[in-house]
Write a protein that binds this ligand. Sequence first.
Ligand code: AMP
Length: 288
Amino acid sequence: MRVIQSLQAMQRQALKWRAERRTIGFVPTMGYLHEGHLSLVRRARRAVGPNGVVVVSIYVNPTQFGPQEDLARYPRDLPRDLQLCRGAGVDVVFTPSDEAMYPGRATGDYSTYVVEEQLSRGMEGASRPTHFRGVTTVVAKLFLLVQPHVAVFGEKDYQQAAIIRRMTRDLNFPLRIVVAPTCREADGLAMSSRNKYLTPEQRQQAVCLYRALCHAREIVRQAPHPVDAHQLRIKLRQEIEARPEARVDYIEFFDPDTLRPQARVMPGHRMALAVWVGTTRLIDNAAL
Ligand code: AMP
């Protein structure tokens, strides 16, 4: 396994692979890897076949964090991440630096961004106004550096995956986007690097996101008519906030393709939610 830091070296390697007709699979991450990330690596490996190559990027992208967010304390453990990537059969780990990715940004000299203008408005975009601009910008840059034929994203970040799909279509990136299912802990909590922030008590309370998704699905599937979103939201919020440290940021019911909010919720719609557990903000989503 090779670790590449330089942008030029990464792009050169990618172009060389392409000249050799080798299929490139790509999994972008912010590191502090867990089983969810590794499931994406396995999915990428399956997509590219035995003669293909798999690249994992590990980069905590500063432009997707708001000024009050957790950029500085985001968990990092590169030696452990490299070990996990080696074990998963990754060919190249790409670890660019901030200076290389955003030249001049510290002095206000970086000025080019990629913005998706529809799907990124609601949910995470409403709570974190500059978040998706950072995501689309870094992913577009990574696509140009890694030149993948296929890139794998997690359904855990459903809105993000939808936005990346849209960006890929709208900007004609010549690659296929694959979205892989959410990996969960035994009690249902979606795996996340941010789970590390939780105290043992908070960790127990954090199952409330998954419980809310399951309860919503049960209600929507058993109802003889579409369910009123407002009423359902109130009920779920009460259940979540019965836990002492859990506070709802949003609960949304939406069309899985357009991400448009739905006032009357039916099977086939999707639910997403963001919940503060203490000072940690967790997200999850599922089909209803
Ligand atoms: P992150 O390192 O959190 O930016 O995530 C990198 C990629 O892993 C994104 O495509 C995420 O959607 C995906 N991912 C994160 N957590 C999970 C999970 N529990 N299951 C599946 N994919 C995940």
